[in-house]
Every structure is written in structure tokens, then in C-alpha cells.
Design a protein around this ligand. Structure first.
Ligand SMILES: Nc1nc2c(c(=O)[nH]1)N[C@H]1C(S)=C(S)[C@@H](COP(=O)(O)O)O[C@H]1N2
Ligand SMILES: [Mo]
Length: 386
């Protein structure tokens, strides 16, 4: 067995033995793994509010931080994050307390695991995400740029990536530690040392007291329990960055073998265009007549979502949904539409299109990739009308 295979298996497994429920989290969240903790949100719960409450927000740990297994905040006092690498001075320590006195910015934004929707690609190992690895939240904190300025840090022009590490450690010695490299441009433009989630100190389970947050990027890039940032010329060769959480640059056939290299693949950085039907839920039984269908849509924030189309006849015809444009480009758009449904079984599909002409493929499997990331296919539910 190659090392690579051994490592791949180590990320799947997930123990399902009972562990104490985290106090305050809604008990309808589905446990996908106990160790490390992975909780998925039934999508119907997301329909209730524009901002996803912490009690409904999905949890995706690759590594647990023992003291972070709580919905309560962790103390900011004494928390330190170091900056190292190709910077001058060559090592700078940022203390939690100093961040409180600095100007804060807030982003309403999508938090979404890049493995969300994985179970729709057929036959892929790994956490079998349905569609519950997503939420729309507000993260607030201090821009990294302001922190660099305050400490008179100069970043070498050769720096292309910032690699972020958390205080969490791998579950076993045979496993590598989790980290990710982010491109320097969005990091300097919009990354924050986030201190707050939805207006309150970030809960331990969501990466408090300090999390590196960069709106527009997938969840895995939002490194929790921030311990260190490395300013580097190259992407990290770390397993979670160089093999996992990557997609091929070319389209593959489902099941095709692929050996990831840094050159033939890219990290799951930018959030993919998506739409969801949140109500009714798939499997619902409805009364014949007028039915209201509602959901959300979003992309990476680089262009407006221009339309959300809904089909009741498996894509033969589409009707435009009404939607609100959020103030933040990184937040989700909430949409709604109505239709008259006759008795029978109906599929309802939703599809977003953005200002860059990007759209959700009718068959999402055309983006099949070995680890099943970045599902971007048309969202489909089935309902029974009586
Ligand atoms: N330090 C650290 N950061 C992490 C992780 C982790 O295991 N350790 N999991 C990542 C993944 S894969 C996702 S999808 C998001 C999930 O964020 P949440 O648990 O707050 O919902 O956190 C990311 N940041
Ligand atoms: Mo993730």
C-alpha cells in the first residue's frame, strides 16, 4: 500500500460511536462523524433565516481541538498567532488582546465545505456530504493588512502564498497536520483575523477565539484556531493541501484514475456557483394547487448572481425566480417562486447563472473528480402532490 493510499483512508473513517452532544447545537443536525466531529444541517433548517444561527451551523473538523468542542467562546487573552516566512521582521507575534483595540470589519458570507454535495457524484469515498455543509454567516475581525501595518511588517515581493495553521493536532501520529495555502492577493485584500461570528465571540467549535477568514473561499480555507501564518513563495506540499482538497485542471470521466500533482490540479479555493431549494424539502407531500418554492443561490462573490431559474418539468422550461440582492457579494441571495402543481410526483430543479456567464450544469457529474469536491450541478428535489 502506498503512503498516499494509507493517508487517504485515514481521512475517511470517522468513528460514529456516541460522544456527548455539544450543548446548544440543534439536535436535528446529522452526525456524519463523532471523531473528528462532523455535523450536517438538514437544509430545511436553513430556510428559516437569512443568517444561519450558530445552533444550525454545520461543523466540519478534520482534526478536533479538545478545548474547542463547545459552542461557548474560548478566551482571547493569552492567544498568540505568529507570522513567519519571507517577511521583515522575520517573526512577529500577534496577541489576541491587541486585536480588540483595532478597527473591525464584518462580512456576511457563505461558509461551505468544498465536499458539500459529494454524495451526488457516484461512488466516491470520504464524508458522504448531502447538501448540509453550508451556511450564511457574519464574520467580523481585523484585516490582516492592518495587522501587518501596525507591526511594520514588510512582505517580500516574492511571496505568492500564505499558509495557515491551527492549534489543532492530527488524530494519530501517522497522519499529517492540517494546513492550507491561500493565494497572497485575496489574503492581503480581504482576509481578517476573525473574532466574531454573527456578532458574538466565535464559538470554540467554529474556530474561536481567532480564525483566518477570507470571504469567497471554500470552508476548508477558513482555518480555525489560528496559530501561525507562513509567508511563502510556493504552495504547501502538505497532504491536505497538495492531495486532498484539490481538483484536476482537466475534466475526467467518472471513476478515472488521477495522480494529483501541484501542476495538474488546483486547490478548492473559490466557492462554486450554487443554488439550493430549501423549501419544500425533498420528499415532501404537498396539496395540489399553488406551491411556493424558495431557496438560496451564491457564488464566490466575484460577479453578481444574475438569475435563478426554476423548472418543474425536468429542464424543458424554466421560470425566473424573484430574489433579493444582498449587500455583501459573498452572501447568499434568497429567492422564491410559485407554481400550480397537479397531483403526482414532481421534480423541481433550480439553476443559478452569474454575470460571468457561469451556470450550474444539468448533469453535475461532468465535473466528476476523485475526491468529489465542488459539486455545482443543478439542484433537484422530488415532491409528491395529492
Ligand atoms: N484548524 C482547522 N481549521 C479548519 C478545519 C480543521 O479541521 N482544523 N476544518 C476545515 C473545513 S474542511 C471546513 S469545511 C471548515 C468548517 O468550518 P465550521 O466547522 O466552522 O463549520 O473549517 C475548516 N477549518
Ligand atoms: Mo471542508
Amino acid at each position: 500500500m502506498s503512503t498516499q493510499t494509507a493517508l487517504r483512508e485515514s481521512t475517511e473513517p470517522h468513528s460514529t460511536e456516541a460522544a456527548p452532544w455539544i450543548k446548544g447545537i440543534d439536535e436535528r443536525l446529522e452526525v456524519m462523524s463523532q471523531v473528528p466531529l462532523v455535523l450536517s444541517t438538514p437544509v430545511g433548517l436553513l430556510a428559516e433565516q437569512r443568517i444561519t444561527d450558530k445552533k444550525y451551523l454545520f461543523v466540519r473538523n478534520i482534526q478536533d481541538l479538545p478545548k474547542g468542542m463547545t459552542l461557548e467562546p474560548l478566551p482571547l487573552e493569552g492567544w498568540e498567532t505568529e507570522l513567519v516566512g519571507l517577511i521583515r521582521p522575520f517573526r512577529v507575534v500577534i496577541r489576541g488582546e491587541e486585536l480588540l483595540g483595532m478597527e473591525q470589519v464584518e462580512y456576511e458570507m457563505i461558509l461551505q465545505c468544498s465536499g458539500n454535495g459529494r454524495s451526488q457524484y457516484k461512488g466516491i469515498p470520504g464524508t458522504p456530504w448531502n447538501q448540509g455543509g453550508v451556511g450564511n454567516v457574519r464574520f467580523a475581525g481585523v484585516p490582516l493588512k492592518a495587522i501587518l501595518e501596525r507591526h511594520n511588517v514588510s512582505v517580500d515581493p516574492q511571496v505568492k502564498f500564505v499558509t495557515a495553521e491551527g492549534h489543532d493536532l492530527p488524530q494519530g501520529l501517522e497522519r499529517p497536520d492540517f494546513e492550507h495555502s491561500l493565494p497572497i492577493a485575496p489574503v492581503l485584500e480581504r482576509s481578517i483575523f476573525a473574532l466574531k461570528l454573527n456578532g458574538e465571540p466565535i464559538p470554540g467549535i467554529h474556530g474561536g477565539p481567532v480564525r483566518l477568514v477570507t470571504p469567497g473561499l471554500f470552508g476548508t480555507m477558513q482555518v480555525k484556531w489560528l496559530r501561525r501564518l507562513r509567508f511563502e513563495t510556493a504552495e504547501s506540499p502538505n497532504f491536505y493541501h497538495a492531495t486532498e482538497y484539490r481538483v484536476p485542471l482537466s475534466l475526467l470521466k467518472p471513476g478515472e484514475n488521477f495522480r494529483f500533482t501541484l501542476a495538474n490540479s488546483r486547490p478548492t479555493w473559490d466557492i462554486r456557483l450554487m443554488s439550493y431549494i430549501l423549501a419544500p424539502e425533498s420528499g415532501a407531500k404537498l396539496k395540489a394547487g399553488e406551491v411556493t418554492v424558495s431557496g438560496v443561490a451564491y457564488n464566490d462573490g466575484s460577479a453578481r448572481v444574475e438569475s435563478v431559474l426554476v423548472s418543474f418539468d425536468r429542464g424543458q422550461s424554466w421560470q425566473p425566480a424573484k430574489f433579493d440582492v444582498p449587500d455583501s457579494p459573498y452572501a447568499w441571495y434568497r429567492w422564491t417562486t410559485k407554481a400550480n402543481l397537479k397531483p403526482g410526483v414532481h421534480e423541481i430543479w433550480s439553476r443559478a447563472i452569474d454575470a460571468l456567464g457561469r451556470s450550474q450544469p444539468l448533469d453535475g457529474s461532468i465535473f466528476w473528480n476523485p475526491n468529489g469536491y465542488e459539486w455545482t450541478g443543478v439542484f433537484k428535489i422530488e415532491v409528491t402532490v395529492r
